[in-house]
Design a protein around this ligand. Structure first.
Ligand SMILES: [Zn+2]
Length: 186
C-alpha cells in the first residue's frame, strides 16, 4: 500500500512492520488510520502515518456530537458529526479511551455504549492525528438504540440510570448524558 487515500479505520499494517505515527492508532498489534487523508507508509524507516486535516477551529473543551463506530477493549471510536463552534460538515474520527468514559472504573466499554449510539463528548486532547474525547460527568450517550431490535431506548422509570426499549422491553445500560433524550441531534 503506497500513498493512497485512507478512510478512518483502514488497516495499514502491523506494529512489527511500522511504528504508528501521526494520523494512525494501534490496537492489538495492528495499525489503523485515525483520519481521512493520505497514507504514507515507509518500509525502509518502518513508519506509517496519515496526512489528514482537522478543522482549524478545533479546540480543547469543545462539545462534540457523533456516532459510535466501534467498541474495542481500550478505545471507543466515534465519528464526530457536529462540533460546537465549528462550521460546516464534520466527519472526523475521534476516540474515547476507556479511562475517559466515566468518573468511575469501567471494565467493559461495551457495557457503556452501543454501536450507532449518539454520543455527546468533550474534546480533551488533540495530538498526533487523534482527537480524544471524554464522556465523564454530564456527558455520555444522548440517544441509544436497542441492541436487540434497534428501537430508540428511553430512560427507565423504575430503574434509575437504566434504559428500556419501548418496543421489545429489553433493559440496557449506558453511560448516559445528563440530557439523555432531550438533545436535538444530527
Ligand atoms: Zn428492543
Amino acid at each position: 500500500m503506497g500513498n493512497e487515500t485512507t478512510i478512518i479505520g483502514d488497516y495499514l499494517g502491523t506494529i512489527e512492520e511500522f511504528v504508528p505515527g501521526e494520523g494512525t492508532y494501534s490496537d492489538d498489534g495492528k495499525i489503523y488510520a485515525s483520519n481521512i487523508g493520505r497514507a504514507i507508509l515507509d518500509p525502509e524507516n518502518h513508519t506509517a502515518r496519515v496526512d489528514g486535516k482537522f478543522p482549524s477551529e478545533l479546540k480543547i473543551g469543545q462539545v462534540v456530537f457523533g456516532d459510535i463506530l466501534n467498541i474495542r477493549k481500550n478505545i471507543v471510536t466515534i465519528i464526530a458529526r457536529k462540533i460546537q463552534g465549528v462550521k460546516g460538515k464534520i466527519d472526523v474520527r475521534t476516540g474515547i479511551y476507556v479511562s475517559n468514559i466515566s468518573d468511575g472504573y469501567v471494565e467493559r466499554p461495551e457495557d457503556m455504549f452501543g454501536i450507532g449510539d449518539i454520543v455527546k463528548g468533550k474534546v480533551i486532547k488533540i495530538e498526533s492525528g487523534m482527537i480524544d474525547l471524554s464522556t465523564k460527568g454530564e456527558f455520555g450517550v444522548v440517544k441509544a438504540f436497542c441492541k436487540r431490535c434497534r428501537y430508540p431506548l428511553v430512560e427507565s422509570e423504575k430503574f434509575e440510570g437504566k434504559l428500556v426499549c419501548p418496543s421489545c422491553g429489553h433493559r440496557e445500560q449506558r453511560k448516559i448524558a445528563k440530557d439523555y433524550g432531550n438533545v436535538a441531534v444530527i
